[in-house]
Ligand binder design. Structure first.
Ligand code: ADP
Length: 398
């Protein structure tokens, strides 16, 4: 069974064709600059040369058609016909309060994606375009929506409600949703399997540390809390996002700089985080690390603040669950940066966390990095959102 996984952004489309018999990637690729001059498709069949097509892509429909052509190309293709694709799985950002479970797309699902445009203004319109493009290119095939907010929908009211007038939740769905849900679902599941934990009771904290960063607490794979909120701005310090902040800062900067709320929100989303604290060094954690090594004080503080915030959340989530069995690191920083993992764990001595330096000297593969006598199992577990989406698509369409 072959599943096509599609992840649309406003001007991009990422795809993977996955053979579900052995969960291997047959081909993957990226369409860039959709709707902008200079559109380009980069198609990478596994074990073969890259194939680049430079061709106008006025919209996602044309992009998907080019992907179909590349997949079936005589020289660079990997399938003889579209019939070989069983179903298509889509990453959809926001399902609002309506959807938590993945679902086969019908008109109702499309209506909800549309109704959530306000909640995911950059992603939901693109996600819907991707679905409609696949419907046009592959009529009759099932499209499955896998919600980035799905995992967080299991949070109890005490975790998801903001302490603001309840009417805003009732009228507009203002609550904490959480994002990176597919990653948190996948990695918390992997933690249970790889760590040999109790599938019903395991208390797991997943640290998804990339340019976007979030952390989740789950019991038996069910989310009890997660750090992103109504939007991905809340929670950890990220590459360019501030994470948690006193909301009054917005008004204060508006008044001081004579700016409006949209301007300041843009600053909190795009110019803050480690980029902001470091005085503009970079949003990329490798650059921040390199600047710190060269003696840049603000880069050092940015990294310390990032690590400190993660450690504080781990403490909070341990309290929320009255314990923790395993802590898992994932995404760009979590999978590649042993010194950041170690620095976070150094805050956790009170939990009996002990890192094994030799075991922690690892990148990008499943590993236990804690010492044998550590009271909490600490793991590195690479995330794989595409595979998680493909598994959901298979489960719903088989
Ligand atoms: P996103 O998907 O949110 O763009 P990723 O999960 O791809 O983010 O993570 C990207 C981040 O991971 C970048 O800031 C990059 O610097 C960081 N990263 C990758 N490798 C390393 C490394 N070896 N050390 C430190 N940071 C790294």
């Amino acid at each position: 069974m072959k599943i096509l996984v599609v992840n649309c952004g406003s001007s991009s489309l990422k795809y993977q064709l996955i053979d579900m018999d052995n969960e291997s990637v047959i081909a993957k690729g990226l369409c860039e600059r959709i709707g902008i001059e200079g559109s380009k498709l980069t198609h990478q069949p596994s074990g073969k040369d890259k194939y680049v097509v430079e061709s106008p892509m006025p919209d996602h429909k044309v992009a998907i058609q080019l992907v179909m052509d590349a997949l079936q190309d005589k020289e660079h293709g990997v399938i003889a016909s579209v019939d070989e694709i069983s179903a298509i799985g889509h990453r959809v950002l926001h399902g609002g309060t309506t959807y938590s479970e993945s679902i086969v797309v019908d008109e109702d699902v499309k209506r909800v994606i549309r109704e959530c445009f306000d909640l995911g203004p950059l992603h939901n319109p693109a996600n819907l375009m991707g679905i409609e493009a696949c419907e046009a290119a592959m009529p009759g095939k099932a499209n499955v929506a896998v919600w980035d907010t799905g995992f967080g929908m299991a949070m109890p009211e005490k975790a998801y409600l903001y302490a603001i007038p309840y009417e805003y939740y009732e009228k507009y769905g203002v609550r904490r949703y959480g994002f990176h849900g597919t990653s948190h679902m996948f990695v918390s599941g992997e933690a249970i399997k790889f760590g040999g934990l109790d599938p019903e009771k395991a208390k797991v904290i997943v640290c998804h540390l990339g340019n976007g960063a979030s952390i989740s607490a789950s019991i038996g794979g069910k989310c009890v809390d997660t750090s992103m909120g109504l939007t991905p701005l809340e929670g950890l310090i990220m590459g360019t996002r501030s994470g948690d902040i006193d909301a009054a800062v917005v008004q204060y900067i508006c008044n001081k700089e004579n700016r409006d709320v949209n301007d300041v929100l843009n600053i909190l989303n795009k110019k803050s985080g480690v980029l902001g604290i470091s005085g503009g060094v970079s949003s990329d954690f490798r650059d921040i690390g390199a600047a710190k090594e060269e003696g840049n004080h603000l880069a050092e503080v940015a990294l310390e603040a990032f690590i400190y915030r993660v450690a504080k959340y781990i403490g909070a989530y341990t309290a929320a669950m009255n314990g923790v069995d395993a802590i898992a690191f994932t995404a760009g920083v979590g999978e590649n940066d042993k010194s950041t993992r170690k620095a976070i764990c150094e805050y956790l001595g009170y939990l009996g966390v002990k890192i094994d330096d030799a075991a922690n000297d690892v990148r990008g593969k499943n590993a236990v990095i804690s010492a044998a006598d550590s009271k909490v199992k600490v793991m590195l577990l690479p995330t794989n959102e595409e595979l998680a989406i493909a598994r959901e698509t298979k489960r719903l369409t088989e």
